[in-house]
Design a binder for this molecule. Structure first.
Ligand SMILES: NC(=O)c1ccc[n+]([C@@H]2O[C@H](COP(=O)([O-])OP(=O)(O)OC[C@H]3O[C@@H](n4cnc5c(N)ncnc54)[C@H](OP(=O)(O)O)[C@@H]3O)[C@@H](O)[C@H]2O)c1
Length: 279
């Protein structure tokens, strides 16, 4: 990768460019104060940054993850290069404000790059607070999230209001429902898209266990199954970035490499689906 640059996509509402591979923190970063785990995660974050990563996604729902991310990125002095995203996950205005203030403190930030409404919980209430905080410069972007196709109809209605800069939802080579309406809608409305569960929460790896990566994967600079799955996701033109979660340094490097080199075209994407569906 030396000399190469990670692929980037613009946030439609601002034109700011973000690297196509980010980092999810569900489970992997909820390690509390354990020093061995924290040292391992420090390595993960260093490798993420050295390999061009920027977007880190957390939530008050993820146990100690916000605090661990905050402490470690502060210790490593990585902050200026990072795009910090978290969520509000509660009902009522006052509880939302209290929770978001805590997230700022845990993540050691004065300005949060992206504040999202987790699973659309009490979204109308929080949307007003987020609009005020964006106006005041406390947050830079607003967003709304979900992780399951059962919620897409509601998510579509929310995206159509035009109130949010970002939508975050699930999409992977085996969970492709978002291709029907959600991804085209995001493109039409100028909404940035963050993809969660790009490995279907690791389910994809069991599917390919013992299966050799096809030689034609080299045609889009793909060297592993993780890159195969991530390149499928980020090659959709409506996707801004994917946020695979890992707590392992080796996996971090593997995932980051998906952000480099060629991406599959439409014909190749169909070939990839056919292969996975046939397993
Ligand atoms: N409602 C919401 O807002 C919502 C819902 C779901 C997820 N999210 C966000 O999206 C992120 C990603 O989703 P997710 O964590 O559910 O699932 P995921 O990223 O699809 O899968 C994570 C799993 O893949 C494994 N993995 C990662 N890289 C690998 C590699 N190169 N090779 C082999 N295994 C690898 C990880 O294990 P290792 O640690 O062993 O690498 C972990 O078990 C979350 O962490 C969270 O930030 C948001």
């Amino acid at each position: 990768m030396p000399g190469e640059a990670i692929l980037e996509r613009p946030v439609p509402s601002s034109g700011e460019r973000l690297p196509v591979i980010g980092l999810g923190t569900y489970q992997s970063f909820g390690v509390g104060t354990n020093p061995d785990d924290r040292n391992r995660l420090k390595q993960v974050l260093e490798l993420f940054s050295v390999n061009g990563g920027s977007v880190i996604d957390s939530s008050p729902m993820y146990g100690t993850s916000e605090r661990v991310i905050g402490d470690l990125t502060h210790e490593l002095a990585l902050r200026p290069k990072l795009f910090m995203a978290t969520k509000v996950w509660t009902s009522r205005r006052s509880a939302g404000i209290a929770q978001m203030k805590e997230s700022f403190q845990k993540m050691h930030v004065n300005v949060m790059d992206l504040m999202q409404i987790h699973n659309m919980v009490d979204w109308r209430t929080h949307a007003k607070t987020l609009a005020e905080w964006k106006e005041a410069g406390t947050i830079r972007y607003t967003g709304v999230t979900h992780y399951h196709s059962g919620a897409y109809a509601n998510l579509e209605r929310i995206i159509q209001t035009g109130m949010f800069d970002f939508a975050q939802f699930n999409y992977s080579i085996v969970e492709r429902e978002a291709e029907q309406r959600l991804l085209p809608l995001a493109a039409e409305t100028g909404t940035a898209v963050i993809i969660n569960r790009p490995f279907a929460a690791s389910g994809l790896f069991s599917r390919v266990r013992g299966v050799k990566l096809p030689s034609w994967a080299a045609e889009f600079d793909c060297e592993s199954w993780a890159q195969f799955f991530l390149k499928y996701v980020i090659s959709h033109p409506a996707v801004t970035c994917a946020i695979p979660a890992t707590g392992k340094p080796k996996h971090m490097v593997d995932n980051m490499r998906a952000g480099y080199g060629r991406l599959p075209d439409e014909a190749m994407r169909r070939r990839m689906v056919k292969l996975i569906e046939g397993l």
